[in-house]
Design a protein. Structure first.
Length: 101
């Protein structure tokens, strides 16, 4: 099972919208919103508060901080991301996509 914040959808859809590619945005939306075993969670005030702590402590982007706070709030065992700066996070194991082989 995997959990993600609705922030993921925002992040994934930016590039198709930037390219004015509505069909691609719709494909991503359809795939992600129905992906088996992927549980979506809205952003709560508790998650936002924890994300603010992560932004302050680790100088993370807002999306990364929100995603980390969501993962930790759901007691995930690991977090998968693209930013190598995630290595400095101590609260959860962060796996960097480009380093997975």
């Amino acid at each position: 099972m995997a959990v993600t914040s609705t922030i993921s959808l925002l992040e994934v859809l930016v590039q198709p919208y930037r390219l004015d590619n509505q069909p691609l945005a719709q494909k991503f939306y359809a795939l992600l919103s129905t992906y088996p075993g992927l549980n979506w969670t809205p952003v709560s005030s508790k998650v936002a508060d924890r994300a603010a702590e992560f932004r302050a402590r680790y100088n993370l982007s807002t999306p990364d901080a929100m995603q980390l706070a969501t993962a930790i709030g759901f007691q995930a065992t690991a977090f998968i991301g693209n930013d190598k700066g995630l290595r400095k996070v101590e609260e959860i194991e962060c796996l960097i996509v480009s380093e997975l082989a």
